[in-house]
Design a protein around this ligand. Structure first.
Ligand SMILES: Cc1cc2nc3c(=O)[nH]c(=O)nc-3n(C[C@H](O)[C@H](O)[C@H](O)COP(=O)(O)OP(=O)(O)OC[C@H]3O[C@@H](n4cnc5c(N)ncnc54)[C@H](O)[C@@H]3O)c2cc1C
Length: 495
């Protein structure tokens, strides 16, 4: 491939030993030589610092050679095709929307360029079609605000600040999953920039294979520049946070198993269970998010939780935006997520919480950070979810090969100081392997790994099953024949 005119002379004069500097100069200079010149941000500039420090987890804040901020699909096309052609294809680049993935180097890069989509953040409602066109750099709070005047909403993040792009490309569990399937199942059309720079649309009639692959396939095919989502009528929701004493764990587990097994009888209900220790308060508590997507207080699905005495309760009728704001989590800590999927079996949940409590004691003995938190989130993952997916044309998550109600567990640890990385990171990975081993002994382990919650040590795409793996590799080969998105763009890759 030809290097652009502006950088070609450099190619012949710089010695190989200076490869990093050489590539950083050449790749960023290639972007600088395009119409994007004013959108290329360099270290130590205010714009670069703002973008680089806006990742949810501080450990995901890396130092790319430069950051480019496109404003349109055409800008993304110029950025991608320039980086693919520059420096004889040595330019590596990351793609970032909301930057909420805790894993370092999933949506960011050290030795390369980050394409930061956060300037592409508008939401447009097409009333005649009932479709919301959402740009990838939007945060869900802005999507809900934009759609509110039209009396519609979309299945989106349950924390308002989560980004649109990564959430939708990994599946997306919303308050509405039991009613409409995963958020990705509701994407009628993806506009995407391929490695060639072409801008195409993938939907049921145009490139249907790519349409399906993008429902769970993450950044393996191109840069998605617009999501057209089917909307839902907007009601006020009932919901909030209910806090309980940790001594109620046994009742909570029984209630959780009951809730998951009966969700199909009333899919308006939604529950996120959290067992949480905070060093700030030295309190080990249970904090459930209970939500109902109709304005009905205390609906029957929550009956078992309602029998348990609580410490505090914020449930009320409210907007989706306010309920999602209540679930926002503090930014600016070091984070790790690890995740596993299990049968809806009380013994698995009991073991998970016992391991969690043991980990808290280990952390108390060694943590140096002034402030740290350890959470397990337990979420229903019933068969009903993928029955909706199937009815809407299917996705690549591969859940349809399972016939049981499942639960999704997320181990989520946060701490202030990098000196605690060697403490919390192994605690989060070993609790997962210990729980997996226990679940396997009960024949209650499931191989699905939810990509939106996965750690960089995990391989979520392998958890989609062999058929989907083959399908994804075929689609990647067709739309990205030179494997740019496999080899030069970090993230969760096809094996
Ligand atoms: C506080 C918090 C709350 C959360 N709540 C939920 C929830 O309610 N439900 C749920 O299912 N998950 C939830 N998650 C997980 C969340 O869905 C993922 O972290 C998701 O990746 C966030 O999207 P993002 O745009 O911020 O991703 P980013 O971190 O920007 O990107 C994630 C991955 O997607 C790729 N990517 C992003 N945009 C594009 C694009 N336009 N084209 C191609 N590739 C792209 C990136 O390259 C990267 O590999 C939550 C996470 C946090 C930290």
């Amino acid at each position: 491939m030809q290097a652009p005119m502006a950088v070609a002379p450099l190619l012949s004069i710089l010695p190989e030993a200076n490869f990093a500097t050489f590539s950083s100069d050449v790749c960023c200079a290639a972007l600088q030589a395009t119409s994007l010149r004013d959108q290329v941000l360099y270290p130590f500039s205010a714009g670069y610092n703002e973008s680089a420090t806006s990742y949810f987890a501080t450990n995901a804040q890396l130092s790319p050679w430069c950051i480019v901020q496109p404003y349109s699909a055409e800008d993304v096309s110029i950025a991608v095709s320039t980086l693919v052609q520059a420096d004889e294809s040595q330019c590596r680049f990351a793609v970032r929307s909301g930057g909420h993935t805790p894993g370092a180097g999933v949506a960011n890069i050290e030795q390369g360029i980050t394409i930061d989509l956060s300037m592409m953040n508008s939401t447009t409602y097409h009333e005649d079609k009932g479709i919301a066109s959402i740009l990838p750099g939007a945060r869900w709070e802005s999507v809900y605000t934009a759609l509110d005047p039209y009396g519609v909403t979309v299945p989106g993040g349950r924390s308002g600040k989560v980004g649109v792009g990564g959430f939708l490309l990994g599946g997306g569990n919303s308050f509405y999953t039991a009613r409409v399937g995963f958020a990705c199942d509701n994407v009628e059309n993806f506009e995407i920039v391929l490695a060639s720079g072409s801008i195409i649309n993938a939907n049921r009639t145009s490139h249907p294979d790519l349409h399906k692959a993008l429902k769970g396939g993450s950044n393996n095919f191109g840069v998605v520049t617009r999501f057209d989502l089917k909307t839902l009528p907007l009601d006020l929701l009932w919901g909030g946070l209910v806090v309980y004493d940790n001594s109620t764990t046994a009742q909570q587990i029984a209630a959780a198993v009951d809730f998951t097994d009966n969700l199909h009888t009333d899919p308006y209900a939604h529950w996120i269970g959290t067992w949480r220790y905070s060093s700030d308060t030295d309190a080990n508590i249970i904090a459930h998010a209970l939500e109902y997507t109709k304005p009905v207080p205390n609906a029957p699905p929550f009956r078992e939780f309602a029998k348990i005495a609580n410490i505090s309760d914020t449930t009320r009728l409210d907007t989706i935006g306010n309920l999602a704001a209540e679930l926002d989590l503090p930014q600016g800590y070091r984070n790790i997520f690890t995740t596993g999927t299990y049968l809806n079996n009380p013994q698995v949940l009991e073991k998970a919480i016992a391991l969690h409590n043991a980990n808290i004691e280990k952390a108390k003995a060694s943590a140096k950070s002034a402030s740290w938190n350890m959470n397990i989130l337990i979420q229903p993952w019933p068969k009903l979810f993928w029955e909706h997916s199937q009815a809407k044309g299917g996705n690549v998550l591969g859940l349809d090969r399972f016939d049981e109600n499942l639960v999704q567990l997320l181990f989520y640890y946060t701490w202030a100081h990098p000196t605690d990385d060697p403490l919390f990171q192994p605690l989060a990975t070993t609790i997962l392997s210990d729980l997996n081993a226990h679940a396997q002994s009960l024949a209650a382990h499931n191989e699905f790994i939810y990509l939106d919650y996965a750690d960089t040590s995990q391989d979520p795409l392998a958890g989609y099953g062999e058929d989907n793996g083959r399908f994804l590799r075929k689609v990647a080969q067709k739309f990205d024949p030179h494997a740019v998105f496999q080899e030069r763009v970090p993230g969760f890759k096809l094996g």
